[in-house]
Design a protein around this ligand. Structure first.
Ligand SMILES: O=P(O)(O)O[C@@H]1[C@@H](OP(=O)(O)O)[C@H](OP(=O)(O)O)[C@H](O)[C@H](OP(=O)(O)O)[C@H]1OP(=O)(O)O
Ligand SMILES: Nc1ncnc2c1ncn2[C@@H]1O[C@H](COP(=O)(O)OP(=O)(O)O)[C@@H](O)[C@H]1O
Ligand SMILES: [Mg+2]
Ligand SMILES: [Mg+2]
Length: 359
């Protein structure tokens, strides 16, 4: 694109996402760099709107997917961020983490992987302890489907057999790994990678486990409100004291995942195994996460949009075209493993997240 021609990025986001992501500060920075962010009207067909150099979206469903396909056929030069097929892989907590297991990275002394886990489709298997004897209590029960619904975030820490009663398969049972109560969130925007710290579930000692009963439901613990964060229980875990993982190691994983998943906009959650100080476990990958919580998100996203629509980024402008252009990961045709469309974890009731975890 000639650098004097404006780039147009159309966005299709749910109202909550639009509110958090499309901030005036982002709009004006984009504008000053020759990019217009334009809302896609979801009451009209996508194909009747535009032109868009890029379509940015976090919308689901067959109809939307068809609209994107139609749009791409009519507008082959437009870039869709990201391909619905690639995004769908993240809607299943098993296929999501397979991408991590498939990664081959030379990592020196630090190692990475995923926690031991099993997918449970029925109650018989759930209560058949032999079927998952390789998992020791405590375990975390997660809904198999991670489609962004409130239900898909409802989890439970299971301390013993009694805690299984409230679970509703299909679920993933995953080994709970003590990690010092701090989680690392790694935000990826194209080639850009940023790792931040957030509070997580506290460790469960073997001693404590003996006295714990049944299960403990929780939801989106890393998104605590500031009141919850100041609660004396969470204050025990000192975020500042916790060292970040080595940046180059995290960047290698992030870039490997980006290529493996064929996605440009995602984040992943990493914990450091408290038993083995240099072992890192990826536990969750999210499409188009809450970027507005990332310091300087406006610059990072604006640079990315410039790359996508073929405009010079700020650093290129400064260096007068001296650096290579970033490559947007192209759309792909990944064959999805089994995707189940409905699931429920725990007792399925609408419970509030529990700010104070009595572990
Ligand atoms: O709303 P936010 O800003 O907390 O962002 C959520 C993410 O929080 P994070 O950026 O990782 O702290 C959140 O990440 P977690 O699953 O909490 O690790 C999800 O990405 C969530 O999307 P969805 O509900 O899974 O579709 C994200 O929600 P949406 O903004 O997409 O609704
Ligand atoms: N295997 C695990 N071991 C220890 N803590 C975990 C594990 N899996 C998840 N958690 C904790 O539970 C939280 C929610 O789990 P996660 O898989 O990230 O679900 P969500 O998609 O709702 O964010 C994590 O942020 C972390 O605090
Ligand atoms: Mg998470
Ligand atoms: Mg998630």
């Amino acid at each position: 694109m000639a650098d004097d021609k404006r780039g147009v990025v159309g966005y299709a986001l749910l109202p909550k996402k639009q509110q958090s992501f499309i901030q005036d500060s982002l709009l004006s920075l984009c504008k000053s760099r020759g990019i217009d962010l334009v809302r896609i009207d979801q009451d009209r067909r996508l194909i009747d709107q535009g032109p868009f150099d890029c379509v940015l979206h976090k919308m689901y469903g067959d109809d939307w997917r068809k609209q994107l396909e139609e749009f791409q056929i009519e507008n082959p030069n437009s870039t869709i961020i990201d391909s619905p097929v690639s995004i769908e892989r993240l809607h299943n907590r098993i296929s999501m983490l397979q991408a991590v297991s498939e990664l081959k990275i030379e990592s020196g002394t630090d190692t990475f992987g995923i926690p031991k886990q099993i997918v449970i489709y029925d109650k018989d298997t759930l209560f058949d302890r032999q079927a998952w004897e390789f998992l020791k209590y405590p375990v975390i029960a997660k809904p198999l489907i991670a489609d962004g619904s409130a239900k898909s975030h409802k989890m439970a820490l299971i301390f013993n057999h009694e805690g299984l009663n409230k679970l509703r398969p299909p679920i993933v049972l995953q080994e709970f790994v003590n990690h010092g109560g701090v989680i690392f969130k790694v935000y990826v925007v194209g080639e850009f990678v940023k790792c931040v710290k957030r509070k997580s579930l506290p460790d469960v000692s073997e001693e404590k486990l003996k006295s714990l009963e049944g299960s403990l439901p929780f939801s989106q613990v890393s998104n605590l409100t500031s009141d919850e964060r100041n609660d004396k229980y969470y204050k025990l875990m000192d975020l500042e004291e916790t060292e970040l993982p080595p940046q180059s190691f995290i960047t290698d994983i992030a870039r490997g995942l980006r290529r493996g998943l064929k996605l440009n906009l995602f984040n992943f959650d990493v914990i450091r195994d408290a038993r083995i100080g240099n072992r890192y476990l990826v536990i969750d990958i999210n499409y188009f996460p809450g970027y507005a919580k990332m310091p300087g998100y406006e610059t990072v996203l604006t640079d990315f949009f410039c790359d996508v629509v073929g405009k010079k980024s700020l650093s290129e402008e400064k260096e007068k075209g001296g650096v290579d252009k970033l490559q947007v990961v192209p759309n792909c045709d990944v064959d999805l493993t089994k995707i189940v469309s409905k699931t429920c974890c725990s007792d399925g009731e609408e419970k509030e997240k529990s700010p104070v975890l009595q572990v």
